[in-house]
Design a binder for this molecule. Structure first.
Ligand SMILES: CC(C)(COP(=O)(O)OP(=O)(O)OC[C@H]1O[C@@H](n2cnc3c(N)ncnc32)[C@H](O)[C@@H]1OP(=O)(O)O)[C@@H](O)C(=O)NCCC(=O)NCCS
Length: 328
């Protein structure tokens, strides 16, 4: 009997502080930084993003998203036997204890379930789903909580207009369970460390002191080029593994970084934008959280229906990229 991993619950959470392009432009102008709603929308498709208040951590956003996914899955917290959390903005500098362990504690899980963080930047969620899929198929774990959670507002330099307008905070979660019905149909992951320096946080810690910048650095045009060159290819690889054609994809949910990258991917796959869940306009780029948040939006507004095929695709720092093809 084939065991599949299946997504049976989704959840997302945005911190309440919503900042529009106009509001951000006004804040930046007070520091002598010039930008405009027109520039941000035309280059990225972003109109607004959410920022967590001071003291609110990735784990706090993750817990809210996880509770919603568990509610939809009709499972209790102690039914979870593995937590995999993707983040580049862990609660603790250095990443330990892991944010997954913090989430386990804050959810009140008392069964000592395994919990681990995954670092693949904006591809983190597809990496985490792929790992969960393999644990479930191996038969070692049954109910896996997979979360993407970020507070990118903490690592963006509000004096760098080329990056600060693009990112936001949020969390998304899915509950994946062992099922006899097809769920995840194919996964494909890639990385190329030679491109690590085009999107990174270059600072290093030495004897308690940060050497170099503790802010995100991005070579925007290089990242743009890389993203558009890999996203359709990896989707085709996942389709080939599943023995399917792009015409069988009901919804495509790419990492929500830039509407122009997303439009190019849809075109290369021969799919219309009406097949794509788009949240980048309202969320900005929330890194590992962007795909599960968009998935949750599509599930809760009724566009994504049970039995439909969803292609999720991530791309980000490392450089990393990957795709997950799943039947809902
Ligand atoms: C970042 C990005 C939007 C920039 O768009 P672009 O068309 O490449 O723009 P450029 O970097 O060439 O900059 C064009 C001009 O706009 C200016 N500019 C940059 N940011 C600006 C801002 N926020 N407001 C106004 N002007 C800005 C630049 O200074 C430059 O001016 P110049 O021509 O006088 O030098 C684009 O490269 C991009 O989307 N890259 C991928 C980003 C991404 O998806 N990252 C996450 C992947 S996980």
């Amino acid at each position: 009997m084939t065991i599949y991993s299946k997504i049976i619950g989704t959840g997302s959470f945005l911190p309440p502080n919503r900042v529009t392009n106009q509001e951000l432009a006004a804040q930046l102008a007070s520091n002598g930084i010039e930008t405009s709603d027109e520039w941000i929308v035309s280059r990225s498709g972003i109109s607004a993003r959410h920022y967590a208040d001071a003291g609110v951590q990735s784990s706090d956003l993750a817990v809210e998203a996880a509770k919603r996914a568990l509610d939809m899955a009709k499972l209790g917290v102690n039914d979870v036997d593995l937590i995999i959390l993707a983040t580049s903005t862990p609660d603790f500098f250095g990443g330990f204890p892991s944010t997954a362990c913090v989430v386990q504690r804050k959810l009140g899980i008392t069964n000592d379930c395994a919990a681990v963080d995954v670092q693949a930047v904006c591809s983190g969620f597809v990496y985490a789903v792929s790992i969960a899929d393999n644990f479930i198929k191996a038969g070692t774990h049954k109910n896996v909580l997979v979360i993407g959670a970020e507070v990118f507002s903490r690592i963006i330099d509000f004096e760098d207009r080329t990056t600060c307008v693009l990112f936001g905070d949020g969390a998304g979660a899915v509950l994946m369970t062992a099922s006899q019905e097809p769920g995840v149909l194919a996964t494909k992951l890639h990385a190329n460390g030679n491109y690590g320096d085009i999107l990174c946080l270059p600072g290093k810690v030495n004897k308690g002191v940060v050497e170099g910048s503790a802010f995100l650095y991005m070579d925007g045009p290089a990242v743009f080029k890389m993203a558009v060159s890999v996203l359709d290819k990896v989707a085709h690889e996942a389709l080939e593994i599943a023995g399917m054609d792009s015409s069988e994809v009901d919804w495509i949910i790419p990492h929500q970084a830039n509407i122009r990258i997303m439009q190019s991917t849809a075109k290369k796959l021969g799919l219309g934008m009406d097949k794509m869940i788009v949240t980048v306009d309202q969320h900005g780029n929330t890194s590992a959280a962007s795909i599960p948040m968009a998935l949750d939006v599509g599930v809760r507004d009724g566009r994504i229906q049970p039995g439909q095929n969803v292609m999720m695709e991530g791309v980000g720092g490392g450089f990393t990229w990957g795709a997950v093809l799943a039947r809902m």
